[in-house]
Design a protein around this ligand. Structure first.
Ligand SMILES: Cc1ncc(COP(=O)(O)O)c(C=O)c1O
Length: 692
């Protein structure tokens, strides 16, 4: 009996035909001892289609077009795609000619050679389960060639033969070292100029994720974001961007010299969480900045809140803006109907994903997906110049931008893990996510029914500002309110770690966030429930104690108010590259800092949302927040602080630098806020445009 059953469903109303089809194909599968997969053939009629698609083992749907009009066929395909984007669809037709658009291939209903039918279906599946790069890597390792090239450890031999560090070699395992190779090994292709196995792996990735093109990146989405922004922005270009986007987006703006137009997120002060940006604010900013080049949003956020992206992306496109959606936390979205639509499915032009955060890839493994730019073709069409996506997207320029940020010595194991993570999602993504969503639901239900805590839903996290915006919550990000039971979340987090060996993803002052992933197991869920019950019992006892000693619960969970973030008054690039001066905030420094312009990004981490970005004016509220974060939240890191003789300080523009930088900013802001010409809209993405 072979492992890995793959079900192939024939969707037809002709039961007699289906019976013959199954009868002919089943023995061929049984006798195919060479196949690494076991093909099983079944039949579904109209009523049974959705139940069939809910079976994880279904990998191919063969659609019999008998009785379908052209439109009916398209509608059926859409119906299938709504449930399962990743499976292959094959058209079975009695017609002499069929366009087969949207189908993997076409098979004639009259085909009497079932051997050919079987091999065609088998080939489709084998292509999907292939991992060209990972396979080549494994093959190379087993070929046991002598290494006369980098890296210097030479397949781990410098470690395994050392009396001092052989223990590390044994601990890490031999394959960590013998898969650590270099670009000298030609059969492993090149990440910077992929022509064989990496290229094939990226093509399979694009198909699985529904992209026009996909690229592997080995330095995280931090780098993926920088690549995309570098590609799209030129000095002085205006970019409409969520102020609370990841720091890498801010870094990219420093590097490009672009002018950010910041969108303020909705803030949930009660839980200390920044949410998405209200839709009307996005539309207003697009209307107010007719010359803008790009819109950048994060969806979903760290807390799992995701936008209703379609109307936003359509609005941006109509105004001529490209759209980058940071899906660092949403690489799984494509593979389960409960999580869709993804940003690409909503029309995004560029999507960046931290494959490593959610799927089975090593840390730092990330992907950039590129959309089809059909909106640009349509706009060009209006200007009577029909353009294909390949003309609109400057692939050669994008390759240059990727290469500028790519190490010439990438980690081959990481590339292989991207290949394997794609295979997994393409073949069993639906199944593993179904299990994951089940676990997430189980944890929420347990918390709500068995503890004094509360699991939070989208409405709890968003607040009224976002009520009409169709914001949804990724159920795999489970946020639990422990403050409602008088428990301080940092204390609970520490207790979970020390007493129960459980490391949470993050916490605020009153919430704990758990990331339920495709690696979550029943045992982990069991232990988490046990720990939460114990914390809950302790909280009940503490409550009784608090009442008798008149200790107020709120004191235990008093949070840090998230400040309103002030405007920028200088170009981030100018502020960052200025020499500046460092001012401490104790004594006289505090008053001196007010009204000054920040040179650095100052970011409490987690969650990594900057309190200050370069060019931002320092207000009393922000300074108070920085001081409070550094003195009261010792559990957080604070990036971007400087020191003067050991005392924390901020780097700010000198008075004279500030005067020059503010004047430059004013001048740029007014001169660049004009609508792009039709020509500039249709210019290939990534090429320099003249925005007059
Ligand atoms: C929204 C967002 N974008 C990008 C990143 C960077 O991703 P990576 O850690 O893969 O570099 C993060 C990391 O936390 C993030 O939260």
């Amino acid at each position: 009996m072979k492992n890995n059953p793959c079900e192939i469903v024939l969707f037809t109303s002709d039961a007699e035909f289906a019976a013959r089809w199954i009868e002919e194909l089943t023995p061929l599968a049984e006798h195919d001892t060479d196949a690494p997969i076991a093909l099983a053939f079944t039949h579904a009629n109209e009523k049974a289609l959705e139940p069939a698609l809910a079976r994880g083992a279904v990998q191919i749907l063969v659609v019999d077009d008998a009785g379908f009009s052209e439109d009916g066929l398209v509608a059926t395909l859409m119906r299938v795609r709504r449930h399962r984007a990743e499976i292959d669809c094959v058209l079975l037709t009695g017609a002499d000619e069929a366009s087969g658009e949207g189908f993997e291939c076409v098979i004639s209903r009259g085909e009497s050679n079932y051997g050919v039918v079987y091999r065609t279906l088998r080939r489709i599946l084998l292509e999907r389960i292939a991992t060209p790069f990972a396979d080549a890597l494994r093959e190379y390792v087993y070929a046991a060639r002598d290494s006369w090239h980098t890296p210097g450890h030479s397949s781990g031999d410098s470690l395994s033969t050392s009396p001092w560090i052989a223990d590390f070699y044994r601990f890490m395992g031999e394959h960590i070292f013998n898969t650590d190779l270099s670009v000298s090994v030609k059969m492993l292709d090149s990440l910077m100029d992929p022509i064989s196995v990496i290229r094939q792996a990226q093509q399979l990735t694009a198909k699985a994720f529904g992209a026009h093109q996909s690229y592997f990146v080995t330095n995280g989405t931090s780098t993926s974001n920088k690549i995309v922004l570098q590609h799209l922005l030129r000095s002085g270009d205006r970019v409409i961007v969520d102020r609370n986007c990841h720091k890498s987006v801010h870094h990219a703006m420093i590097m490009s010299g672009a002018i950010p137009v910041y969108l303020e997120s909705a803030v949930n002060q009660h839980y200390g969480i920044y949410g998405p940006v209200p839709q009307r604010e996005i539309f207003t900013a697009i209307d107010a900045n007719p010359g803008a080049r790009l819109l950048v949003l994060t969806s979903c956020t760290y807390d799992g809140l995701r936008y209703d992206l379609r109307p936003i992306i359509d609005y941006a496109h109509e105004a001529g803006l490209c759209v980058l959606i940071d899906e660092a936390w949403y690489a799984h979205g494509r593979f389960h109907p409960e999580l869709r639509p993804t940003a690409l499915e909503c029309g995004a032009d560029f999507v960046t994903q931290s494959t490593h955060k959610i799927l089975s890839a090593f840390s730092q493994a990330s992907m950039i997906h590129v959309g089809d730019f059909s909106w640009q073709s349509a706009r060009s069409d209006e200007a009577s110049a029909v353009r294909e996506a390949s003309e609109v997207f400057d692939a050669a320029g994008f390759r240059e931008d990727i290469n500028m940020h790519t190490s010439t010595s990438p980690q081959y194991g990481m590339i292989a893990s991207l290949d394997v993570a794609r295979k997994q999602m393409s073949i069993e993504g639906y199944q593993v996510l179904d299990r994951t969503l089940g676990f997430a639901g189980e944890i929420r239900q347990f918390v709500d029914e068995n503890t004094v805590f509360r699991s939070l839903n989208a409405e709890d996290l968003c607040g009224p500002e976002l009520a009409q915006d169709g914001i949804r919550l990724d159920p795999t990000k489970v946020t639990i309110d422990v403050g409602c039971a008088g428990v301080s979340a940092p204390n609970a987090q520490a207790k979970l770690f020390t007493d129960f060996g459980i490391q949470v993803e993050k916490n605020t002052h009153n919430t704990l966030s758990f990331l339920v992933t495709i690696g979550t197991t029943e045992s982990k869920v069991l232990r988490l429930k046990q720990a939460l019950r114990r914390l809950s019992d302790d909280a009940r006892t503490a409550r009784v104690r608090a009442v008798t000693t008149s200790h107020r619960d709120e004191e235990l969970v008093r949070g840090q108010d998230l400040p309103d973030l002030s405007a920028i008054v200088a170009l981030p690039r100018t502020a960052y590259f200025a020499r500046g001066e460092k001012l401490v905030w104790d004594g006289r420094g505090r008053t001196e800092l007010l009204g000054r312009v920040a040179c650095d990004e100052v970011v409490p981490y987690p969650p990594g949302i900057p309190l200050l970005v370069p060019g931002q004016e320092i207000t009393a509220e922000i300074l108070d927040a920085i001081i409070a974060f550094t003195t009261e939240r010792t559990d957080l890191e604070m990036h971007g602080l400087r020191r003067v003789e050991g005392t924390p300080a901020l780097r700010v523009l000198t008075e004279s630098e500030a005067a020059g930088a503010k004047a430059e900013y004013q001048e740029l802001f007014t001169s660049k806020n004009t609508a792009p010409s039709q020509d500039s809209v249709a210019a290939p993405v990534g090429q320099s445009r003249e925005v007059v």
